[in-house]
Design a protein around this ligand. Sequence first.
Ligand SMILES: [Zn+2]
Length: 251
Amino acid sequence: MTLTESQIQRYSRQIILREIGGVGQETLSQSTVLVVGAGALASPLAAYLVAAGVGHLILMDGDKVELSNLQRQFLHTTQRVGMAKATSAATALSQLNPEVKITAVEERLTADNAPQWLPQCQVLADATDNFASRYLMNDLARHYAIPLVSGAVLAFDGQVTVFRHGMDPKAPCYRCLYPQPPDPAATPTCATAGVLGPLAGMIGSLQALEVIKCLLNIGDSLAGNLLLVSGLYGLFHKVTVDKNPHCPACC
Ligand SMILES: [Zn+2]
């Protein structure tokens, strides 16, 4: 495959990066990424992946756009309140870059529908807001042997990491970090504790960066580390994540 003149112009600022170049751009254009969730994290995450020229983006979300989403989920618009979020996001993304194939799936990711979407993907990105989905994606990333780029936000705080346990048996997984789901009744959510839009924007952007690094195999990924962000105090901490010898998924 050869880049067209239009593609060279569109992607010129990243093609001139030594780590990407024309070869990297072609690799991006031949890549498929599954982003699960079409909300606050997915807004910057999917937008940057599409803008960068990832070949095929699959976007899954079973919810509809609500007015309370718009403060942080900028792929959606006031006019599209009530529309399926996957389709609303795909509408914005296809305008951003019509060269990218975008598949909007108006369903949650489940163990039943995963075989339809996962086998074609090189990276799985978690842009959801619930623990059930995170544990499911952890299992799927292992099964399909692809990296899982994970992000989470609440209030002014966020975290991002990459799990490579599907490709490296020595690598920690999500359950190594969080062996058991917390009690839902005692767990704050964005609906109960709030979340600020720019914080979600930072975490989703970091996820996009990690996805691109995974696809191109450049730099040092956050695999084995958890990047913790305190938006309110401007603090970034990177902590090591070890494999848990008692992990219910790894043992
Ligand atoms: Zn584990």
